[in-house]
Design a protein around this ligand. Structure first.
Ligand SMILES: *[C@@H]1O[C@H](CO)[C@@H](O)[C@H](O)[C@H]1NC(C)=O
Ligand SMILES: *[C@@H]1O[C@H](CO)[C@@H](O)[C@H](O)[C@H]1NC(C)=O
Ligand SMILES: *[C@@H]1O[C@H](CO)[C@@H](O)[C@H](O)[C@H]1NC(C)=O
Ligand SMILES: *[C@@H]1O[C@H](CO)[C@@H](O)[C@H](O)[C@H]1NC(C)=O
Ligand SMILES: *[C@@H]1O[C@H](CO)[C@@H](O)[C@H](O)[C@H]1NC(C)=O
Length: 312
Protein backbone atom coordinates (compact mmCIF):
# COMPACT_ATOMS: atom_id res chain seq x y z
CA UNK A 1 0.00 0.00 0.00
CA UNK A 2 1.39 3.36 -0.85
CA UNK A 3 0.21 6.92 -0.79
CA UNK A 4 -0.25 7.97 -4.37
CA UNK A 5 -1.46 11.48 -3.99
CA UNK A 6 -2.28 13.82 -1.22
CA UNK A 7 -5.11 16.25 -1.75
CA UNK A 8 -5.11 19.49 0.12
CA UNK A 9 -8.12 19.54 2.34
CA UNK A 10 -9.32 22.20 4.69
CA UNK A 11 -11.78 21.56 7.46
CA UNK A 12 -13.19 24.01 9.96
CA UNK A 13 -13.67 21.27 12.52
CA UNK A 14 -10.34 19.51 12.67
CA UNK A 15 -7.50 18.63 10.40
CA UNK A 16 -8.84 16.06 7.98
CA UNK A 17 -6.63 14.01 5.71
CA UNK A 18 -7.87 13.05 2.23
CA UNK A 19 -5.80 10.59 0.22
CA UNK A 20 -5.84 7.94 -2.43
CA UNK A 21 -5.06 4.54 -0.89
CA UNK A 22 -3.89 1.76 -3.22
CA UNK A 23 -5.89 -1.45 -2.79
CA UNK A 24 -4.36 -4.90 -3.26
CA UNK A 25 -5.18 -5.04 -6.97
CA UNK A 26 -3.93 -1.53 -7.60
CA UNK A 27 -7.30 0.23 -7.61
CA UNK A 28 -7.12 3.72 -6.14
CA UNK A 29 -9.55 4.19 -3.25
CA UNK A 30 -10.36 7.73 -2.19
CA UNK A 31 -10.45 7.96 1.60
CA UNK A 32 -10.46 10.59 4.26
CA UNK A 33 -10.18 10.77 8.04
CA UNK A 34 -11.21 13.30 10.65
CA UNK A 35 -11.70 13.47 14.39
CA UNK A 36 -9.52 12.35 17.30
CA UNK A 37 -7.11 9.48 16.53
CA UNK A 38 -7.06 8.47 20.20
CA UNK A 39 -10.81 7.75 20.11
CA UNK A 40 -12.60 4.66 18.73
CA UNK A 41 -12.42 4.35 14.94
CA UNK A 42 -15.59 4.23 12.83
CA UNK A 43 -15.30 3.60 9.08
CA UNK A 44 -18.23 4.91 7.00
CA UNK A 45 -19.04 3.16 3.72
CA UNK A 46 -21.66 4.61 1.35
CA UNK A 47 -24.38 2.73 -0.48
CA UNK A 48 -24.70 1.58 -4.09
CA UNK A 49 -23.74 4.28 -6.62
CA UNK A 50 -23.29 6.84 -3.84
CA UNK A 51 -20.31 8.79 -2.56
CA UNK A 52 -18.99 9.10 0.97
CA UNK A 53 -19.91 12.79 0.90
CA UNK A 54 -23.35 11.54 1.99
CA UNK A 55 -22.02 11.38 5.57
CA UNK A 56 -21.71 15.17 5.80
CA UNK A 57 -23.82 15.36 8.98
CA UNK A 58 -21.44 12.98 10.74
CA UNK A 59 -18.29 14.46 9.25
CA UNK A 60 -19.01 18.03 10.19
CA UNK A 61 -20.38 17.35 13.66
CA UNK A 62 -18.10 18.64 16.46
CA UNK A 63 -19.32 16.04 18.98
CA UNK A 64 -18.60 13.22 16.52
CA UNK A 65 -15.16 14.72 15.87
CA UNK A 66 -14.24 14.89 19.53
CA UNK A 67 -15.56 11.41 20.41
CA UNK A 68 -14.50 9.37 17.39
CA UNK A 69 -11.80 8.91 14.80
CA UNK A 70 -13.87 8.84 11.60
CA UNK A 71 -12.80 7.39 8.28
CA UNK A 72 -14.87 7.38 5.09
CA UNK A 73 -14.04 6.11 1.64
CA UNK A 74 -15.56 5.88 -1.80
CA UNK A 75 -16.30 2.27 -2.73
CA UNK A 76 -14.48 1.14 -5.91
CA UNK A 77 -16.44 2.18 -8.97
CA UNK A 78 -18.12 4.98 -7.00
CA UNK A 79 -17.42 8.63 -6.20
CA UNK A 80 -13.86 9.53 -7.13
CA UNK A 81 -12.33 6.13 -6.43
CA UNK A 82 -10.91 4.06 -9.26
CA UNK A 83 -13.41 2.54 -11.63
CA UNK A 84 -11.79 -0.49 -13.29
CA UNK A 85 -13.60 -1.46 -16.49
CA UNK A 86 -13.75 -5.20 -15.96
CA UNK A 87 -16.30 -7.12 -13.91
CA UNK A 88 -13.58 -9.25 -12.31
CA UNK A 89 -12.65 -6.19 -10.19
CA UNK A 90 -16.04 -6.10 -8.44
CA UNK A 91 -15.90 -9.24 -6.32
CA UNK A 92 -16.28 -9.83 -2.59
CA UNK A 93 -12.52 -10.14 -2.11
CA UNK A 94 -11.82 -6.79 -3.74
CA UNK A 95 -14.42 -5.04 -1.57
CA UNK A 96 -12.77 -6.62 1.50
CA UNK A 97 -9.30 -5.58 0.33
CA UNK A 98 -10.39 -1.98 -0.09
CA UNK A 99 -11.61 -1.85 3.51
CA UNK A 100 -8.35 -3.45 4.71
CA UNK A 101 -6.16 -1.07 2.71
CA UNK A 102 -8.05 1.93 4.08
CA UNK A 103 -7.94 0.91 7.77
CA UNK A 104 -4.26 -0.01 7.49
CA UNK A 105 -3.46 3.31 5.87
CA UNK A 106 -5.11 5.24 8.70
CA UNK A 107 -3.40 3.11 11.36
CA UNK A 108 -6.53 1.44 12.74
CA UNK A 109 -6.08 -2.00 11.17
CA UNK A 110 -5.21 -3.52 14.54
CA UNK A 111 -7.70 -1.50 16.56
CA UNK A 112 -10.92 -3.29 15.67
CA UNK A 113 -12.60 -0.39 13.88
CA UNK A 114 -16.38 -0.25 13.66
CA UNK A 115 -17.70 -0.76 10.14
CA UNK A 116 -20.59 1.65 9.55
CA UNK A 117 -22.35 0.99 6.25
CA UNK A 118 -25.19 2.67 4.48
CA UNK A 119 -27.35 0.29 2.43
CA UNK A 120 -25.05 -1.92 0.27
CA UNK A 121 -22.11 -0.49 2.27
CA UNK A 122 -23.16 -2.52 5.34
CA UNK A 123 -22.69 -5.87 3.66
CA UNK A 124 -18.96 -5.17 3.41
CA UNK A 125 -18.81 -6.78 6.88
CA UNK A 126 -19.48 -10.16 5.25
CA UNK A 127 -16.66 -9.59 2.73
CA UNK A 128 -14.26 -8.63 5.52
CA UNK A 129 -15.25 -11.64 7.65
CA UNK A 130 -14.59 -14.03 4.75
CA UNK A 131 -11.13 -12.74 3.83
CA UNK A 132 -9.73 -11.38 7.12
CA UNK A 133 -11.88 -12.92 9.85
CA UNK A 134 -14.71 -11.31 11.71
CA UNK A 135 -12.34 -10.19 14.47
CA UNK A 136 -10.80 -7.56 12.23
CA UNK A 137 -13.76 -5.36 13.15
CA UNK A 138 -15.20 -4.49 16.54
CA UNK A 139 -18.80 -4.19 15.42
CA UNK A 140 -21.10 -3.13 12.61
CA UNK A 141 -23.48 -0.21 12.21
CA UNK A 142 -26.21 -0.78 9.62
CA UNK A 143 -27.89 2.36 8.31
CA UNK A 144 -30.74 1.65 5.90
CA UNK A 145 -28.76 -1.52 5.41
CA UNK A 146 -28.83 -5.28 5.80
CA UNK A 147 -26.22 -7.83 6.90
CA UNK A 148 -25.34 -9.70 3.72
CA UNK A 149 -26.19 -9.78 0.03
CA UNK A 150 -28.14 -13.00 -0.35
CA UNK A 151 -30.74 -12.06 2.29
CA UNK A 152 -31.61 -8.81 0.48
CA UNK A 153 -34.79 -10.25 -1.10
CA UNK A 154 -36.18 -10.79 2.42
CA UNK A 155 -36.01 -7.08 3.24
CA UNK A 156 -36.11 -5.32 -0.15
CA UNK A 157 -39.23 -3.23 -0.70
CA UNK A 158 -41.33 -3.84 -3.81
CA UNK A 159 -40.53 -0.26 -4.82
CA UNK A 160 -36.73 -0.74 -4.93
CA UNK A 161 -37.07 -4.09 -6.71
CA UNK A 162 -39.12 -2.41 -9.42
CA UNK A 163 -36.71 0.55 -9.57
CA UNK A 164 -33.45 -1.42 -9.94
CA UNK A 165 -33.97 -2.16 -13.67
CA UNK A 166 -34.43 1.58 -14.24
CA UNK A 167 -31.24 2.27 -12.26
CA UNK A 168 -29.40 -0.11 -14.57
CA UNK A 169 -30.91 1.37 -17.75
CA UNK A 170 -28.31 2.49 -20.31
CA UNK A 171 -30.70 4.99 -21.88
CA UNK A 172 -29.38 8.54 -21.59
CA UNK A 173 -32.84 10.16 -21.92
CA UNK A 174 -34.00 8.06 -18.97
CA UNK A 175 -31.00 8.94 -16.83
CA UNK A 176 -31.85 12.42 -15.49
CA UNK A 177 -35.24 11.52 -14.04
CA UNK A 178 -33.81 8.24 -12.73
CA UNK A 179 -31.00 10.01 -10.90
CA UNK A 180 -33.41 12.52 -9.39
CA UNK A 181 -35.85 9.82 -8.29
CA UNK A 182 -33.00 7.79 -6.80
CA UNK A 183 -31.60 10.71 -4.78
CA UNK A 184 -35.04 11.71 -3.52
CA UNK A 185 -35.93 8.12 -2.63
CA UNK A 186 -33.08 8.03 -0.12
CA UNK A 187 -34.78 10.38 2.33
CA UNK A 188 -38.17 10.39 3.99
CA UNK A 189 -39.38 13.55 2.25
CA UNK A 190 -37.65 13.63 -1.13
CA UNK A 191 -39.34 16.80 -2.32
CA UNK A 192 -37.77 18.66 0.59
CA UNK A 193 -34.20 17.44 0.03
CA UNK A 194 -32.02 20.55 -0.34
CA UNK A 195 -30.73 21.24 -3.85
CA UNK A 196 -27.03 21.00 -2.94
CA UNK A 197 -27.41 17.55 -1.44
CA UNK A 198 -29.70 16.39 -4.22
CA UNK A 199 -27.21 17.36 -6.93
CA UNK A 200 -24.31 15.86 -4.98
CA UNK A 201 -26.11 12.53 -4.80
CA UNK A 202 -27.26 12.70 -8.43
CA UNK A 203 -23.69 13.57 -9.40
CA UNK A 204 -22.32 10.44 -7.73
CA UNK A 205 -24.66 8.37 -9.87
CA UNK A 206 -23.76 10.34 -13.01
CA UNK A 207 -20.02 9.80 -12.47
CA UNK A 208 -20.37 6.05 -12.57
CA UNK A 209 -20.17 4.15 -15.86
CA UNK A 210 -23.41 2.17 -16.34
CA UNK A 211 -21.38 -1.04 -16.81
CA UNK A 212 -19.98 -0.56 -13.31
CA UNK A 213 -23.47 -0.41 -11.84
CA UNK A 214 -24.33 -3.67 -13.59
CA UNK A 215 -21.10 -5.31 -12.38
CA UNK A 216 -21.34 -4.04 -8.79
CA UNK A 217 -24.90 -4.93 -7.99
CA UNK A 218 -24.48 -8.73 -7.81
CA UNK A 219 -21.78 -8.40 -5.09
CA UNK A 220 -21.85 -12.18 -4.64
CA UNK A 221 -20.49 -13.13 -1.23
CA UNK A 222 -20.22 -16.06 1.14
CA UNK A 223 -21.72 -15.01 4.47
CA UNK A 224 -20.63 -18.17 6.36
CA UNK A 225 -17.76 -16.51 8.19
CA UNK A 226 -19.93 -13.60 9.29
CA UNK A 227 -22.81 -15.83 10.34
CA UNK A 228 -20.53 -18.13 12.33
CA UNK A 229 -20.32 -15.14 14.72
CA UNK A 230 -24.03 -14.33 14.56
CA UNK A 231 -24.55 -14.67 18.34
CA UNK A 232 -21.70 -12.40 19.34
CA UNK A 233 -20.77 -9.81 16.71
CA UNK A 234 -22.19 -6.48 17.90
CA UNK A 235 -24.60 -4.71 15.53
CA UNK A 236 -26.22 -1.33 15.80
CA UNK A 237 -29.13 -1.01 13.38
CA UNK A 238 -30.37 2.51 12.62
CA UNK A 239 -33.41 2.37 10.41
CA UNK A 240 -36.37 4.49 9.34
CA UNK A 241 -40.00 3.51 9.05
CA UNK A 242 -40.07 5.52 5.80
CA UNK A 243 -37.13 3.68 4.20
CA UNK A 244 -38.23 3.16 0.58
CA UNK A 245 -35.48 0.60 -0.11
CA UNK A 246 -35.32 -1.69 2.93
CA UNK A 247 -38.36 -2.70 4.99
CA UNK A 248 -37.60 -1.97 8.63
CA UNK A 249 -40.07 -4.43 10.12
CA UNK A 250 -38.81 -7.29 7.98
CA UNK A 251 -35.25 -6.37 8.87
CA UNK A 252 -36.13 -6.32 12.57
CA UNK A 253 -37.64 -9.80 12.25
CA UNK A 254 -34.54 -11.05 10.43
CA UNK A 255 -32.21 -9.63 13.07
CA UNK A 256 -34.30 -11.13 15.87
CA UNK A 257 -34.21 -14.54 14.23
CA UNK A 258 -30.58 -14.59 13.08
CA UNK A 259 -28.46 -12.38 15.33
CA UNK A 260 -27.96 -12.36 19.07
CA UNK A 261 -26.14 -9.17 19.96
CA UNK A 262 -27.63 -6.05 18.49
CA UNK A 263 -29.50 -2.87 19.17
CA UNK A 264 -32.27 -1.95 16.76
CA UNK A 265 -33.65 1.55 16.31
CA UNK A 266 -36.62 2.12 14.04
CA UNK A 267 -37.31 5.85 13.70
CA UNK A 268 -40.41 7.62 12.46
CA UNK A 269 -40.09 10.33 9.81
CA UNK A 270 -36.83 8.73 8.72
CA UNK A 271 -35.98 7.27 5.33
CA UNK A 272 -33.25 5.14 3.76
CA UNK A 273 -30.45 7.56 4.70
CA UNK A 274 -31.28 7.24 8.41
CA UNK A 275 -28.05 9.04 9.39
CA UNK A 276 -29.07 11.99 7.19
CA UNK A 277 -32.74 12.24 8.17
CA UNK A 278 -32.02 11.77 11.89
CA UNK A 279 -28.40 12.85 12.42
CA UNK A 280 -28.97 13.69 16.09
CA UNK A 281 -30.24 10.21 16.85
CA UNK A 282 -27.69 8.48 14.65
CA UNK A 283 -24.69 10.37 16.00
CA UNK A 284 -25.78 9.78 19.60
CA UNK A 285 -26.23 6.05 19.01
CA UNK A 286 -22.95 5.62 17.11
CA UNK A 287 -20.93 7.34 19.84
CA UNK A 288 -22.65 5.30 22.55
CA UNK A 289 -22.06 2.06 20.61
CA UNK A 290 -18.38 2.90 20.10
CA UNK A 291 -17.96 3.70 23.80
CA UNK A 292 -19.55 0.45 24.89
CA UNK A 293 -17.24 -1.55 22.64
CA UNK A 294 -14.22 0.45 23.77
CA UNK A 295 -15.17 -0.20 27.39
CA UNK A 296 -15.18 -3.92 26.77
CA UNK A 297 -18.88 -4.71 26.57
CA UNK A 298 -19.02 -8.03 24.76
CA UNK A 299 -22.77 -8.49 24.95
CA UNK A 300 -24.73 -5.30 24.50
CA UNK A 301 -27.93 -6.39 26.20
CA UNK A 302 -29.92 -9.46 27.12
CA UNK A 303 -32.81 -7.80 25.34
CA UNK A 304 -31.06 -6.48 22.25
CA UNK A 305 -34.05 -5.11 20.45
CA UNK A 306 -34.85 -2.64 23.20
CA UNK A 307 -31.48 -1.94 24.75
CA UNK A 308 -30.94 1.55 26.08
CA UNK A 309 -27.41 2.85 25.76
CA UNK A 310 -25.93 5.02 28.48
CA UNK A 311 -25.64 8.62 27.32
CA UNK A 312 -22.33 9.56 25.64
C1 LIG B 1 -11.11 -9.12 -17.21
O1 LIG B 1 -10.32 -9.69 -16.22
C2 LIG B 1 -10.14 -11.08 -16.36
C3 LIG B 1 -9.47 -11.61 -15.11
O2 LIG B 1 -8.45 -10.76 -14.69
C4 LIG B 1 -9.38 -11.36 -17.63
O3 LIG B 1 -9.22 -12.76 -17.81
C5 LIG B 1 -10.15 -10.78 -18.81
O4 LIG B 1 -9.40 -10.91 -19.97
C6 LIG B 1 -10.47 -9.32 -18.56
N1 LIG B 1 -11.36 -8.85 -19.61
C7 LIG B 1 -11.12 -7.78 -20.32
C8 LIG B 1 -12.14 -7.42 -21.36
O5 LIG B 1 -10.12 -7.10 -20.17
C1 LIG C 1 -35.04 2.41 -20.34
O1 LIG C 1 -35.33 3.71 -20.83
C2 LIG C 1 -36.10 3.74 -22.02
C3 LIG C 1 -36.35 5.18 -22.38
O2 LIG C 1 -35.19 5.81 -22.80
C4 LIG C 1 -37.43 3.05 -21.83
O3 LIG C 1 -38.09 2.95 -23.08
C5 LIG C 1 -37.20 1.65 -21.27
O4 LIG C 1 -38.45 1.08 -20.96
C6 LIG C 1 -36.35 1.72 -20.02
N1 LIG C 1 -36.10 0.38 -19.49
C7 LIG C 1 -36.25 0.09 -18.21
C8 LIG C 1 -35.94 -1.30 -17.82
O5 LIG C 1 -36.60 0.91 -17.39
C1 LIG D 1 -18.55 -20.57 2.15
O1 LIG D 1 -17.51 -20.60 3.10
C2 LIG D 1 -17.50 -21.78 3.89
C3 LIG D 1 -16.36 -21.67 4.90
O2 LIG D 1 -16.53 -20.53 5.69
C4 LIG D 1 -17.32 -23.01 3.04
O3 LIG D 1 -17.40 -24.16 3.84
C5 LIG D 1 -18.40 -23.05 1.98
O4 LIG D 1 -18.15 -24.11 1.09
C6 LIG D 1 -18.42 -21.74 1.21
N1 LIG D 1 -19.55 -21.75 0.28
C7 LIG D 1 -19.38 -21.53 -1.01
C8 LIG D 1 -20.63 -21.55 -1.84
O5 LIG D 1 -18.31 -21.30 -1.51
C1 LIG E 1 -25.44 -18.71 14.19
O1 LIG E 1 -24.56 -18.99 15.28
C2 LIG E 1 -24.82 -20.24 15.91
C3 LIG E 1 -23.94 -20.31 17.13
O2 LIG E 1 -22.60 -20.05 16.81
C4 LIG E 1 -24.57 -21.35 14.93
O3 LIG E 1 -24.88 -22.60 15.52
C5 LIG E 1 -25.46 -21.14 13.70
O4 LIG E 1 -25.16 -22.09 12.72
C6 LIG E 1 -25.24 -19.74 13.13
N1 LIG E 1 -26.18 -19.50 12.04
C7 LIG E 1 -25.81 -19.44 10.78
C8 LIG E 1 -26.88 -19.14 9.78
O5 LIG E 1 -24.65 -19.62 10.43
C1 LIG F 1 -44.27 6.42 15.24
O1 LIG F 1 -45.40 6.37 14.44
C2 LIG F 1 -46.35 5.39 14.85
C3 LIG F 1 -47.43 5.28 13.79
O2 LIG F 1 -47.85 6.56 13.41
C4 LIG F 1 -46.88 5.78 16.21
O3 LIG F 1 -47.80 4.79 16.68
C5 LIG F 1 -45.73 5.86 17.19
O4 LIG F 1 -46.17 6.33 18.43
C6 LIG F 1 -44.64 6.80 16.67
N1 LIG F 1 -43.48 6.71 17.53
C7 LIG F 1 -42.88 7.76 18.04
C8 LIG F 1 -41.70 7.52 18.91
O5 LIG F 1 -43.24 8.90 17.78
Amino acid sequence: MKLVSLLAFVSLISSALAVYVTSADGTQIWAESTGDPTQPAVVFIPGFSCSSLAFEKQWGDPIMNSNLFMVRYDVRGQGISGQPMNQSFYGSQQFAQDFKAVIDYFGVGNKKPILAGWSMGGITAADVATYYGVNLIGGVVLMGSFPYRSMHPLVATPWILSFIPQLLNYSLPAFGPTAKTFAESCVAYGGQLDQGTKYTWMGALAGQHPDVRVWSIPHTQNESALMAANRTIPYLVLHGTMDKHVDGQNLRNFMNNNFGNFVFRLWNNTGHASFFDNPGGANFEIIAFARRLRDGWTILSSSPDSAIFPPP
